[in-house]
Design a protein around this ligand. Structure first.
Ligand SMILES: *Cc1c(COP(=O)(O)O)cnc(C)c1O
Length: 221
C-alpha cells in the first residue's frame, strides 16, 4: 500500500465518526490527490483558487472542494461554479460577493466564519463580536445563495499544546454560545496535522489535514 493510503487509513481510524476529514492537498500534484481519491477520500481542501480550479477541472466530479485559505473578493467568481464550502469568510462584503456569484450558477455555497484565535498577527479572522454582528445582520440574513454553517479557527503554530488548547477553546465557547440562537451552525472547523487531536478534544466537527496525509510540502504557500 502506498504511503498516502496508509496515512489516510491511520487518520480515519483515529477520528471519531462524527468528525469530517478534509484532505488538504495544496501544492500537491493531481497524482497524489488521486491516490487519496482511490482510497475513498471525496473532500479536498485547497488555499489558492487558481490551483483548486485547475485540479477541479481534471479530477472526478464527485469531489467536494473546500476553499480553506484567505479569499480575495475579486476571485470568488472563479470557484463559484463548483466550490462546496468556503472556510475563511471574514467580512459581510465577502459574504455578499459569494452570494452574488453563487446566484449566477443557481447554487448555494456553504460558508464558515473565520474567528481569530491565534496570537499571531498574520492570521485573519473576526472577533466573536464581529462574527455575531454578521449572524444577525439583516442584509446577511437575506442572502439566499449562501448559508453560514459554522465557525473556523486556526491556532498559533507552536509546540505549546496548552496554548493551542486555550485558543481552540475560545472558538468552541463561541460556537456553543451561538448554537442555541443560530441552529444552522453545525460545523466547527478546527484542527490541522499537528493539532487535530487537541482540536477533537475541544469539540471539532471538521479537521483540515494536509501534511499528515500527503507528506511535507516542499514550499510554503
Ligand atoms: C495548509 C492548511 C491546513 C493543513 O495544514 P497541515 O499542517 O499540512 O495539516 C489546514 N488549514 C489551513 C487553513 C491551511 O492553510
Amino acid at each position: 500500500m502506498n504511503s498516502i493510503a496508509k496515512n489516510l487509513q491511520h487518520i480515519r481510524a483515529t477520528l471519531p465518526d462524527e468528525v469530517t476529514l478534509i484532505a488538504v492537498s495544496k501544492t500537491k500534484p493531481v497524482s497524489d490527490l488521486m491516490e487519496a481519491y482511490t482510497e475513498g477520500q471525496r473532500i479536498f481542501g485547497e488555499n489558492k483558487i487558481q490551483e483548486m480550479t485547475e485540479k477541479w477541472e481534471v479530477m472526478p466530479k464527485d469531489i467536494a472542494w473546500h476553499m480553506i485559505g484567505h479569499v480575495q473578493t475579486n476571485k470568488v467568481k472563479y470557484m463559484a461554479p463548483y466550490v462546496t464550502m468556503i472556510h475563511a469568510v471574514d467580512s459581510l462584503k465577502l459574504l455578499k460577493e459569494i452570494n452574488k456569484q453563487a446566484e449566477k450558477h443557481n447554487r448555494i455555497i456553504q460558508c464558515l466564519l473565520q474567528i481569530k484565535i491565534a496570537a499571531e498577527d498574520t492570521k485573519f479572522g473576526l472577533t466573536p463580536q464581529e462574527a455575531t454582528e454578521i449572524l444577525v445582520d439583516k442584509e446577511a440574513l437575506n442572502l439566499p445563495y449562501v448559508t453560514i454553517q459554522g465557525l473556523m479557527g486556526m491556532a498559533t503554530f507552536t509546540e505549546d499544546t496548552i496554548q493551542i488548547s486555550k485558543e481552540f477553546q475560545k472558538v468552541t465557547t463561541l460556537f456553543q454560545e451561538l448554537q442555541p440562537k443560530f441552529p444552522a451552525l453545525k460545523v466547527l472547523s478546527i484542527g490541522m496535522s499537528g493539532d487535530y487531536t487537541i482540536a477533537i478534544n475541544s469539540g471539532s466537527t471538521m479537521v483540515r489535514v494536509g501534511s499528515a496525509i500527503f507528506g511535507h510540502r516542499n514550499y510554503v504557500k
